[in-house]
Structures are given as C-alpha cells and as structure tokens.
Design a protein around this ligand. Structure first.
Ligand SMILES: Cc1cc2nc3c(=O)[nH]c(=O)nc-3n(C[C@H](O)[C@H](O)[C@H](O)COP(=O)(O)OP(=O)(O)OC[C@H]3O[C@@H](n4cnc5c(N)ncnc54)[C@H](O)[C@@H]3O)c2cc1C
Ligand SMILES: NC(=O)c1ccc[n+]([C@@H]2O[C@H](COP(=O)([O-])OP(=O)(O)OC[C@H]3O[C@@H](n4cnc5c(N)ncnc54)[C@H](OP(=O)(O)O)[C@@H]3O)[C@@H](O)[C@H]2O)c1
Length: 247
C-alpha cells in the first residue's frame, strides 16, 4: 500500500478565527490513541506535509485533527481554509510514543496540555485503557484566552462517563476567568496549588505524567516534576514522565 492515502474533508469546524478541526474520511489508517500521522497538500506541485495528532479514538472511523494557524506557516494556513468535499493526503505511516503502551504502571495519570495538544489526550481519554489502568485521571489544559478552550462538550461527556475517575482543570493565562486556574501549569506544580485543588500528590510512587504541546511548557513541566522526584520515562529506564513536543 502506498504511504499517501487520498482523504476527503467532511467538515471544517471553526472554534474561533485561529483554531480549527478537520474531520476527514480516509481508508487504510490505523493508529494507537495518542499517535499522529502526517497531512499533506500539493502546493505549486510540491507536497507540503506536517505531523498532526489524531483527536478521535482509534475505534472511530472518521479521523479528526485539531490545529491552529501559525503565522506564516505554509500548511496550517492552507488547512484552516479547507472546505467540505476537498481532497487531502493522509499518511498511512502513523507514529509516536505518547501512548499508554509506553507508560509504566501507576495509580494516577496526569495529562498536561497546552493549546492544540489537547488533541492526543482527547483520543486517549475516549479509549478504554486509562479507565482500566488508573484510579484517577487528571487533565490540565492550558490556553491563553477563554475562547481558546475547545472540545468542552467532549470533555463533559468524558466526565459524565467517568464521574469519579476523571477531573479536568482549565488554565487561562491571559485573562481572569471564573473556574479556571490563572497562569501556567509549571507554576501551579511548583507552588502546590494544582495538587491542593485535586487533593492528590504528584510523586514518584503514584504518578504517571504525560505532557504535550509548546516545547517550552514541556521543558518547564519536566523541570518542575523533576524537583518532586519524578524522572523521564525512557524505554531502557522506566520513569514517570512521557512527552511529545509540537515544535
Ligand atoms: C509529533 C507532532 C504532532 C503535531 N500535532 C499537531 C496537532 O495535532 N495540531 C497542531 O496544531 N500542530 C501539531 N503539530 C505541529 C504541526 O505539525 C505544524 O508544525 C503546524 O501546524 C504548523 O505548520 P505550518 O506548515 O503552518 O508551519 P511550520 O513550518 O510547520 O512551522 C513554522 C514554525 O511555527 C512554530 N509552530 C509549529 N507548530 C506550532 C503550533 N501548533 N503552535 C505554535 N507554533 C507552532 C514552529 O516554531 C515552527 O518552526 C505537531 C507537530 C509534531 C512534531
Ligand atoms: N491564542 C491566541 O489568541 C492566538 C491568536 C492567533 C494566533 N495564535 C498563534 O498560535 C500559536 C500558538 O498559540 P497558542 O495560544 O495556541 O499556544 P501557546 O502559545 O503555547 O499558549 C498556550 C498556553 O501555554 C502557555 N505556555 C506558554 N509557554 C509556556 C511555558 N514555558 N510553560 C508553561 N506554559 C506555557 C501559555 O501561557 P502564556 O499566555 O503565559 O504564554 C498558554 O496558557 C502562536 O504562535 C500564536 O502566534 C494564537
């Protein structure tokens, strides 16, 4: 089978002027929750391809990708303009280690995301594994502005399905919003306010942490978690922190 499959855009969901999701019909793609594929368009006869995480869980046949328009970015600004019925190339070579198969055993699963990196966690949270493996699952989801918080209905559905196991905490950093934490995730780890809110400790005995998004946020979270005794999870040396950077 060739790597590139011809897909068809079913929908372009516009969350706001810079955040969109494409729903794509395409055959022959399989993946594990948390993984990504590459989307591509031909631009002036040249294929421009970039990685995007699956938002849908593996058992859902329509594939969904959530992204922002990066100023000057060659692919993202074309993707946001796509319309229903337009063709798009999707790679059948799915990849990535931000999956629960890579995460060692633990009691509590912490998922830390900025911006569009909520996507792979929505895939993971709508599969069976987290609920079978962890007593509690926490998602911290950080955005600049309230209007950037997306997929709230999906998060409500996940909460309804797992009311005692699941908690999600929004962080809004650039305006004051009721029921959201202010500032950044690493600061809330450092000052203990995230653990206090959840009445749950981040430690090397109970916690497994998955982090995805802005590379500076990934770096700062790792540093905050290391100061609590957690270590990076490597295949040859299992630890507590499993990460993916978006750029
Ligand atoms: C494993 C992996 C999975 C990814 N999954 C997603 C996803 O699900 N959704 C998504 O929106 N993006 C995702 N990305 C980023 C995505 O692949 C593109 O880089 C992004 O959409 C911009 O594409 P572009 O062609 O417009 O610009 P590019 O030429 O790719 O990027 C231009 C510059 O913009 C910056 N940049 C890249 N991505 C972002 C971003 N998301 N936000 C802010 N700045 C950025 C970088 O500094 C980069 O050098 C992922 C990246 C990786 C490595
Ligand atoms: N969000 C928008 O309104 C907007 C509008 C148009 C275009 N864009 C473009 O989209 C791109 C991505 O923007 P985004 O808002 O999705 O993502 P982002 O810049 O990664 O911000 C998302 C969240 O991550 C936080 N963050 C940033 N660095 C961090 C760090 N080192 N440690 C912990 N948290 C950190 C931000 O806090 P801080 O607020 O404190 O940085 C914010 O709460 C940008 O390049 C931007 O040009 C964004």
């Amino acid at each position: 089978m060739s790597e590139w499959q011809q897909g068809l855009v079913l929908d372009n969901l516009r969350w706001n002027d810079h955040l969109h999701s494409l729903r794509i019909e395409v055959e022959g793609i399989s993946f594990s929750a948390g993984q990504y594929t590459r989307l591509a368009l031909e631009v002036n006869g040249v294929k421009v391809a970039r990685p995007y995480s699956f938002v849908n869980p593996p058992h859902q046949q329509v594939h969904e990708f959530y992204f922002n328009s990066v100023p000057g970015g060659p692919l993202s600004n074309r993707l946001i303009a796509m319309e229903k019925g337009e063709p798009i190339l999707v790679s059948s070579k799915t990849a990535g280690f931000l999956t629960l198969d890579e995460v060692p055993a633990g009691r509590h699963l912490w998922l830390l995301a900025t911006g569009t990196a909520i996507g792979p966690f929505l895939s993971i949270l709508r599969a069976e594994q987290p609920w079978q493996r962890f007593e509690r699952v926490v998602l911290s989801y950080a955005v600049r502005h309230q209007q950037d918080l997306s997929y709230l209905k999906v998060l409500d559905q996940i909460k309804d399905s797992h009311p005692n196991q699941f908690t999600w905490i929004p962080f809004v950093s650039r305006e004051s919003v009721a029921n959201a934490m202010a500032g950044r995730i690493p600061a809330a780890i450092d000052d203990g306010s995230l653990e206090d809110l959840l009445d749950m400790e981040l430690d090397d005995q109970t916690s497994q942490v998955m982090i995805c998004g802005n590379p500076e946020m990934v770096k700062d979270c790792i540093s905050s978690l290391k100061s609590k005794g957690l270590r990076k999870n490597l295949r040859h040396t299992p630890g507590h922190i499993t990460v993916e950077r978006y750029w």
